[in-house]
Design a protein around this ligand. Structure first.
Ligand code: 0L1
Ligand code: MG
Length: 267
């Protein structure tokens, strides 16, 4: 069991690593007692600190480690979740500056926007779909605060599951009971296809990932509120972003979003 002062000092370390854009060594080597439950406590405290110090608010949630391939790579059997804050959302117009980030990568995702609260425990895939208002394509920029993107499950959870920035398609499509597991996806870099995939690559069905997260959130009395966005998990592996890159994700029937990136001053 980690003492409150230890949790405070981990929160401080992660907050400052992001603020100054300086990666830190992973935590579990230094704090062997850091397990998954304590890591979510660190995450909760880190989010409180970011809301207070950065004057921002919760905009939604994100899932990570939702593909079998990624879970096997990490030697884990469950996904992870993190919190999206209002100041993490970027607009797709103009060139987006990533100057302050450490080693950003990008991944294509299916975003859900909800019309009613989702509160566990006991939330099912059917309930997630029944409460879904809109679906939108999303580009998620992840950035680990750990050196070399190297971490265990507990490390990455403490680090808000590598959350950094996200960009949603401008037009949300009303969800009309389409089978989201069959929704096709094309991910492009500078006009060339990087990968193609379908919704089923996220735990068999992206709503399954959302249901898993909502049930986990109930341990802390947390829920997904109406209007909040949930990024349901990467449809393919994340790739590094280089100066001037333009990325796009297109979802069958749900539109597309494109964004260009710079490491200079940008907008
Ligand atoms: O959103 C994601 O898929 C990232 C989850 C955390 C693992 C990673 O940083 O690769
Ligand atoms: Mg992601």
């Amino acid at each position: 069991m980690l003492k409150t002062e230890v949790i405070d000092s981990i929160v401080d370390e992660l907050f400052l690593a992001e603020k100054h854009g300086k990666a830190i060594p992973k935590l579990v080597d230094r704090y062997p007692g850091l397990n998954v439950d304590l890591a979510y406590e660190v995450q909760n405290r880190l989010i409180e600190r970011k809301c207070r110090d950065e004057g921002t608010k919760v905009a939604g949630w994100k899932l990570g480690l939702t593909s079998k391939a990624k879970q096997e790579m990490m030697g884990v059997h469950e996904p992870a979740y993190g919190v999206l804050l209002e100041n993490m959302q970027l607009q797709s117009d103009g060139s987006i500056s990533l100057r302050t980030l450490i080693h950003p990568k990008i991944e294509p995702e299916i975003a859900f926007i909800f019309k009613e609260e989702l509160k566990g425990p006991g939330v099912t895939v059917a309930e997630v779909l029944q409460k879904t208002d809109y679906i939108a394509p999303a580009l998620e920029i992840i950035d680990s605060r750990y050196q070399h993107f190297s971490f265990t499950l507990a490390d990455v959870i403490a680090d808000n599951s590598s959350s950094s920035r996200f960009i949603l398609g401008e037009r949300f499509a009303k969800y009309n009971r389409e089978d989201l597991s069959l929704v096709g996806m094309v991910f492009k870099k500078n006009g060339a296809i990087v990968s193609t995939s379908a919704g089923a690559s996220v735990m068999g069905h992206p709503a399954r990932a959302v249901a898993w997260m909502v049930n986990k959130l109930s341990r802390y009395g947390q829920s997904v509120k109406p209007g909040e966005v949930v990024l349901s998990g990467a449809l393919t592996g994340a790739i590094e972003i280089e100066e001037g890159d333009v990325f796009s994700v297109s979802l069958d029937r749900f539109g597309s979003v494109e964004a260009s990136f710079t490491f200079g001053k940008g907008e």
